[in-house]
Write a protein that binds this ligand. Sequence first.
Ligand code: GUN
Ligand code: ZN
Length: 423
Amino acid sequence: MQRLYRARILNPTRTQCVTEYRDGALVVDADGRILAVGSYARVRPRFRAAKIVHYAGRLLMPGLVDTHIHLPQLDQRGKHGATLLDWLERYIFSAESRFADLSVAEDISRRFFKKLILNGTTTSMVFTTIHTQSTALAFGLAMASGLRVIMGKVMMDQHSPKSLQEATHRSLNDSAWLCSEWDGMAGGRIRYAFTPRFAPTCSETLMRETGKLVEASGAYLQTHIAETVAENSAVKTLFPRLHDYVHLFERTQCLGPRHLFAHAIHLSPSEYRRLARADAAIAHCPLSNLFLKSGRMPIERVEQSGVKWGLGTDVGAGPSMSMFAVMRHADYIQPDRSVEPMVALHRATRGGAEALGLDRETGSFAKGKWADFIVIDIAGIDPVYRLAELSKAEVLSLLMYRGDGQAIESTYVAGNKLDVDGF
Ligand code: GUN
Ligand code: ZN
């Protein structure tokens, strides 16, 4: 049955443009695809048979897109570490080792997907741990949650704690098996990402063979790059023949259009240009970068290069699951330029979908895309606010600087209202 959702609608149409319909309509077919978006007065006569769902006094916008998040780190948020390495060694590696136990993996995975729904994140790109069975279990829960999820088992075959180190062939075989089992499930809602953790914990052989698997499968690759100066120095020592950091991914053929690089803070203009030329993308995680004092992504270089970029929470180095919190920190972290609400909203929705190569599927409202959207009650931020009294600019600014999960009333993926108690 067709449904027509009536509400105030925001639609990020271009980088600097959010289109608004104060009395808007979003029409969705029985499969969960968008048939039309526009003003209620114009759209309604074309869809007389549609069942109307009226969200009076509510805002409806595309679901949020988190391009970088770690499932096993859900409960590690807010634990102080002096540096990235210190934090990984004090909390993260031991937390990830516990995923050898399927009951731990099940509990945390279930709560993780519930939190995504509660925060209005409809699409996410997720790291699990090295554990194959726990990752399979997480995929099962991702399917059941109804969310759009790109996910992969972490790969690491060197310079890692004993409990998290795998043999190279096992890492490759298990990842290939998970990809064959899960990539493209639920009509493409579930996708696989090969996940070499970062260069220091991955041998060159692992990287090279992973590049081949990505190519052969058409799946994604996700990793971290140039998050801290110390990491860059370690990579230089471990791979002395490299010209620079990006060269490693070029040399191992791990660079292409479905390749997501988290952080990418400490790179040269040439490296950003080469990422752009390969049509790769960056997951910018400003809240995590502030938390670990990793540095600032040079947004001016990134934009000059034309490389695609989205935003990521990077939970658990990022203490918040809310993409609104990430949006405001994208602005706070830049000392001498503004990232305006309209631009931040674009990056948290349509720009993120573009970074993931999903802009024909989700991230904004257009005929043929999936109906992935959230319903926002602005009074959830503060009961003093009345949506009808706020301008578009005020709404965008409030969402960005004060928004969090409290503002999210409902989360829909492919036209289905997601139920946190349903899985
Ligand atoms: N670099 C390698 N592993 C990690 C991780 O788990 N979190 C962050 N923020 N950086 C990393
Ligand atoms: Zn990360």
